[in-house]
Ligand binder design. Structure first.
Ligand code: FMN
Length: 394
């Protein structure tokens, strides 16, 4: 081989090694191998470590609750005998939640985790919910006040499930439906939560009709530039942003195949339209068809503050129960977000009229929709802001 040819081959070899090294470095930097690791995920472990923190342990549990777009719209003021739960005005979802209905659902989720943790920590809690209507403005006063006194600790499977619950956006096993016993156990989960009703549907026709509703609503959101922009605010494609912001929606929790997740993390700056199309594709090809049961949480008045908080409690409890039984759940709230958006725009409430048909009683209005089934793949943890970031001064 000529000297010239040898040196060309050597240079090509070095370039390949460099490119491969650069690729590996980029993969590490993009968190391709880092799912669930780093400070953004530490609160999932801190919950166990901080079990004996008194009232602060309740906040450690609260921050692991579900919230729309993982916005974590909560703040807490803590004293030895009292916890105030406040809405965070900086964490509203704009056109996705113009009346803050979903924000109040999230606060209700946090409340349910606090009440379960309170019992496990040996506190009896008296709950005071703020009254009134939700209208899009964040109340300056706390939305919930817990008064605590010492009691015997009571550990429940639901409290144990707090750090195990994750939203599962993957396919569910269509060969395994929810048994009548499981369905009636779900029905029996929330009778003590006043003014909240659960509706489940498993028959093919109703599932198809509700699936079409979800897809139609997602298409309407994609066609609404203002809603799409509001959603985009919470997308965290960059691994550095995940670790810095510790909120929002991340590729690892999207329920998509591993290789697609890796590509998404490797090349995080996709156009918002491309992201929207991927979301719709996942709904159309995976989430809607691979769902043996859909469900609704309904209330009598969508915009009553206390009812929204109670509906949030119901969702969190249901999801914890599911986590303790190996069931997977995912909210599918595009239709409900369209109900709010139609009301905000002052147009015909077509979505709300159609949804009324799914509760079987027009006096009950759906405020939350979800899919349920047995998972075919595990769900990943989403980031959380630490307790120190969400405490208000005394
Ligand atoms: C009011 C509310 C609405 C939600 N809507 C959706 C939804 O439409 N689609 C979805 O995939 N997840 C939805 N979620 C789930 C959140 O995105 C999820 O709770 C958040 O990303 C944190 O992840 P985790 O539940 O796994 O801890 C919703 C949650 C709440 C509380």
């Amino acid at each position: 081989m000529s000297t010239r040819r040898r040196s060309v081959l050597k240079a090509a070899g070095s370039l390949t090694i460099l490119a491969a090294a650069g690729g590996v470095w980029r993969c590490v930097d993009a968190g391709v191998f880092g799912a669930g690791s780093g400070p953004a995920f530490a609160p999932w472990d801190d919950w166990r470590a901080g079990m004996n923190d008194g009232p602060l342990a309740l906040v450690r549990a609260a921050i692991l609750a579900a919230s729309p777009q993982n916005s974590q719209p909560w703040r807490f003021r803590v004293s030895p005998t009292r916890i105030e739960l406040h809405a965070d005005p900086l964490r509203s979802l704009g056109a996705s939640d113009p009346f803050l209905r979903e924000m109040h659902l999230a606060l209700g989720c946090a409340l349910e985790n606090m009440l379960l943790a309170a019992r496990a920590q040996g506190f009896a809690a008296e709950v005071e919910l703020a009254a009134g209507r939700i209208d899009g403005s964040v109340p300056p006063a706390p939305v919930v006040v817990l008064s605590l006194r010492r009691a015997e600790p009571v550990y429940t499977p639901l409290a144990t499930a707090i750090p195990l619950r994750h939203t599962n956006r993957g396919p569910y096993d269509m060969g395994r439906s929810l048994s009548p016993e499981t369905l009636s156990a779900i029905d029996a989960l929330v009778p003590d939560i006043d003014g909240v009703r659960l509706v489940l549907f498993t028959d093919t026709e109703q599932r198809a009709a509700f699936g079409a509703e979800v897809l139609g609503a997602a298409e309407a959101i994609l066609g609404d530039a203002v809603m799409l922009a509001a959603q985009d605010v919470w997308f965290r494609g960059e691994w550095s942003a995940v670790q810095a912001e510790r909120d929002g929606l991340i590729p690892d929790a999207a329920g998509i195949p591993g290789l697609e997740t890796a590509i998404l993390k490797f090349l995080p700056r996709a156009e918002s339209g491309v992201r929207g199309d991927r979301w719709l594709r996942q709904l159309r090809e995976v989430q809607v068809p691979a769902t043996p049961a859909f469900g609704l949480i309904a209330v009598r008045d969508l915009y009553d503050r206390a009812q929204a908080l109670r509906a949030g409690r119901a969702w969190q409890r249901l999801h914890l129960w599911a986590a303790s039984r190996g069931l997977a759940l995912q909210p599918v709230n595009a239709p409900l977000e369209r109900v709010d958006r139609e009301r905000q725009l002052g147009v015909e409430p077509v979505t709300s009229r159609r949804l009324a048909g799914f509760t079987g009683d027009p006096a009950w209005q759906p405020t939350f929709a979800f899919r349920a089934g047995y998972p075919l793949q595990p769900a990943a943890a989403s980031p959380r802001r630490p307790v120190e970031w969400v405490l208000l001064g005394a």
